[in-house]
Design a protein. Sequence first.
Lengths: 202, 470
Amino acid sequence: MKPFRVHKGLVAPLDRVNVDTDQIIPKQFLKRIERTGFGEFLFYDWRSTPDGKPDPAFVLNQPRYAGSSVLVVGKNFGCGSSREHAVWAIADYGFRAVIGSSFADIYANNSTKNGLLNVQLHEEEVAELLRRAEKYDGYQLTVDLEQCNVQDDRGFLARFQMDEFVRHCLLEGLDDIGLTLQHQAEIAAYETTHATPWSKPV
Amino acid sequence: MPSAKTLFEKVWDAHVVAEPTGRSPLIYIDLHLVHEVTSPQAFEGLRVAGRRLRQPGRTVATVDHNIPTEPRGTPITDPIAALQIATLQKNCAEFGVRLFDMDSPDQGIVHVIGPELGLTQPGSTIVCGDSHTSTHGAFGALAFGIGTSEVEHVLATQCLPQRKPKTMKIEVDGGLPEGVTAKDLALAVIGRIGTDGATGYVIEYAGEAVRALSMESRMTLCNMSIEAGARAAMVAPDEITFAYMKGRRFAPQGTDWDQAVVYWRTLASDAGGRYDKTLTIDAASLAPFVTWGTNPGMVVQITGRVPDLNGAPTETDRRATEQALQYMGLQGGTRIEEIPIDRVFIGSCTNSRIEDLRAAARVAKGYRVNPKVRAMVVPGSQTIKRAAEQEGLDRIFREAGFEWRESGCSMCLGMNPDILQPGERCASTSNRNFEGRQGRGGRTHLVSPMMAAAAAIAGHFTDIRKWKFQ
């Protein structure tokens, strides 16, 4: 997993609340058996018209947001389906960080396994970032996971908090299966001591 | 003196394998359910890392999400879907996982067959790469959806690092009125607390109305809890749970059963158990519900109207309402009962079990589906399909003009050929009314099975409490 330390990039504002993972990656793209190549289908039903052409009204199709790598979103981002394909699509498109006031549980867990940083700020701070990303052409933010803050060069500075272990994994780009396997002896002990006669493997 | 514990705390504490300093606790997973859509990349990850399954016997797979509901044996015309199914078959063979395949008499939606086969057991931990894993909490299991990386994690280690969630008790007092079901209760809860109202929480449903629910209704209630953002939902196991489970294929037998029941009886929350949040609902105040918008929290009673923009408390709400009305092709103020529909879908892990089909058939009996409506019934599993056919439910549906199909997830998410056309409006017993969920441009209204059947016949939403059963 690619470590996340400090990232500076162009900001795209997605000013909608309760964006569900069905919108992030519609179901017709879930049949692939690879982890890669989902970026071109990110927000597909919003990004494209019914005949498959880019919809110029959608934020990511506007030339000024081309190449953006920080996405600012409304509350409860990533709700609904557990599909990790949503995170794969966001990361594959080129986003390194998503900034919002709240994120759905499963989506947030999936993000941390893929080096995608979700930054939780207060609702007013997110509203201000949405405003700035719309107002200023080429608006950039620096997301600093070492210092746990987000800042622009116009005086915006906000601190954020996150689970220390998740932060550690993101900073180091750690494979957490490897970490769990360090506990093999404890897992084996658990399996012996907690064996219930009625809960048998099939 | 031991302190009082909740159902969740008892199950959690019994599954902590390790508590490494500065890290999330490691939780043991008793049962891992696997399906074709969220597993291929996980198996591939194992292969790349040279890892095997720690406990193949605690892993069970089926195909449900993208399989057609045409008669079995009809070739799968979508080559990408066919490859995904073939990939699961290959992975299960290679890694030693038991698979209930397309042609199995036990095939069905993963959250339907777990309980049906007796795999789902009180006090256990259950995960699946599917958000509706919360369904299994109806048995007093701690069951939650995970992503594909976590699927790989569980396959390799039988454990997951998990932050301990908070707890929310939802106490439902009194009794549900006639015509009001667990689906309506679930929609009422989501409407009350919102689609992020339970984010970070495990819900425990309690109270007289919950105790009175059948296992299948409890499954419907727990199933929908993810739509309120909940990590999981639980109901304490009781005599109704044990009666449902007894004799099922993978349920304990003989003296094992007796021992298991003794343990399961200890799981209910102790008096004085503490929750981070509590909510009380008066069951008698509920009515049949219909969603009007593009998330399950956008819901009103059948006697209500589509909200208008003036009622939105904040600018954000106003815009969300506006976007939803536009997508749904609805005018604020329209009476719900006046909304005509084109399609009806009875099925999904929320409402495809035998009691759901019985309830819908009771409504349909002696009537004909409105000529403008195409209606389909998709049983949750092959076992349910056989049972329904034995009872003659299929005949009632067919005679009324419903399509009677093979089991699978079907039009709940439209990964198979069962989808809505742009602009089509559907009364659906499924769990999500997100934009495009049942097909791009399709408009989904979530309802109970009885309400869906009645809408199929009337051609518009109608109050099941006034239905003339034949």
